[in-house]
Write a protein that binds this ligand. Structure first.
Ligand SMILES: Nc1ncnc2c1ncn2[C@@H]1O[C@H](COP(=O)(O)OP(=O)(O)O)[C@@H](O)[C@H]1O
Ligand SMILES: [Mg+2]
Length: 359
């Protein structure tokens, strides 16, 4: 193992079911101590990817390496139990007939006293040492989940694979358990590949996100970069509602009801979509049929009429029926802003938060 080797490296993984490539040439690296989230809609091939890394499914082609050592290709294969991989799935199923302590100690080797020490250490870290002799059914769902985490981490796996591990928990518990889990994973220095279809979960947990769609990784990067420099319209839409303006490029510019947008490098006559999130729409009042003056940053205002306004807790969501095309445009405002339906207002769009993509 040299310093340059990632903890886990998968190259060109392909898996076909009934003639369909559900994992289509996926390559991915995970650095030691990093949490990488494989994020994508249901059915895009996340679990299949994880199962091949775990060794429970076999890829058609491609290689998997750990610390620079081959653990699996199409001819050579280290069996699952010898891969030093910790697993945690949605139905994390503790062994019902084993005590909490025996569950956590299940995968441990070595002298009895050492195993006992590690079990107690892990249970203490998840705050459940007092349950060591209880049985799983005596614990709440959240507590069972923490035991499952302690069990997976106890043998100090080189890689932790987690498949939607929080989706069985009810909403109010989930954020706290995610944070506690992340703290423990970091404390243990675990290298983690966490699968989720929830963008908020990935943003909360990940050092790096790998965005997956139809069997392929379409973008990789830190959460900030994925959110703020998305590769295409679908990547923007995966994280939030979007608004879309359509236009045609003339001299690297596109004219829209909100003024002109730069479309650098796009040839004349090409159709583009300008995509932006509701939070980057600003709202101004109507001055006898006129809006605010255009500025370099905000561009020109366009008028819309409030169709519907809803309070969502930390923000309000307002749907506008736009004068220019009669379609709906969505804007969010922090806190409470609930204008009456029918109210005309003027909207501007933050240019620096717009993404221009070929249509
Ligand atoms: N054992 C299998 N046999 C046939 N098709 C499968 C099998 N496992 C998964 N699939 C199909 O592969 C696709 C990807 O599944 P999966 O990896 O579970 O997606 P995800 O975890 O992203 O929701 C789905 O269309 C699913 O129906
Ligand atoms: Mg899945």
């Amino acid at each position: 193992m040299t310093k340059a080797d990632p903890r886990l490296e998968i190259r060109n993984l392909v898996k076909t079911f009934a003639g369909k490539r559900v994992v289509d040439d996926v390559s991915l690296t995970i650095e030691p101590g990093h949490v990488t989230c494989l994020l994508g809609p249901s059915g895009c091939g996340k679990s299949t990817t994880l199962r091949m890394i775990a060794g429970v499914d076999m890829q058609d082609t491609g290689t998997i390496q750990m610390d620079g050592r081959l653990i699996c290709d199409t001819v050579f294969r280290i069996p699952p139990e010898r891969r030093s991989i910790g697993l945690m799935f949605q139905d994390f199923a503790l062994f019902p007939h084993l005590s909490v302590g025996d569950n956590v100690g299940f995968g441990l080797k070595g002298a009895k006293a050492d195993r006992r020490r590690r079990v107690e250490e892990m249970l203490d870290r998840v705050g459940l040492l007092h349950y060591v002799d209880e049985f799983p059914h005596q614990l709440s769902g959240g507590e069972q989940q923490r035991v499952a985490l302690a069990r997976a981490l106890a043998p100090q796996p080189r890689v932790m694979l987690m498949d939607e591990p929080f989706s069985g928990l009810d909403n109010r518990l989930r954020d706290g358990i995610r944070d506690d889990t992340l703290a423990l994973l970091k404390e243990e220095g675990a290298s983690v590949l966490l699968v989720t279809h929830e963008p908020e979960e990935a943003m909360r947990m990940a050092d790096e996100i790998a965005l997956m769609r139809k069997g392929k990784i379409v973008q990789r990067g830190a959460p900030y970069n994925i959110y703020n420099a998305p590769v295409d319209k679908a990547a923007v839409a995966f994280f939030s509602d979007i608004n879309v303006l359509r236009g045609t490029v003339r001299g690297a510019l596109t004219s829209t009801p909100f003024g002109q947008f730069l479309a650098p490098g796009v040839p004349d006559g090409k159709a583009v979509e300008i995509v932006f999130r509701p939070q980057h729409v600003s709202i101004d009042f109507d001055r006898d049929g006129r809006g605010p003056n255009p500025t370099a940053i905000a561009g020109a205002p366009a008028r819309g009429v409030v169709e519907r306004a809803r309070f969502l807790g930390s923000e309000s969501l307002i749907d506008f029926r736009m004068d220019y095309d009669g379609e709906i445009l969505k804007a969010t405002v922090p806190n409470v802003f609930l204008p009456k339906p029918g109210t005309p207002l003027w909207l501007t769009v933050r240019r620096d938060k717009c993404f221009v993509f070929p249509a």
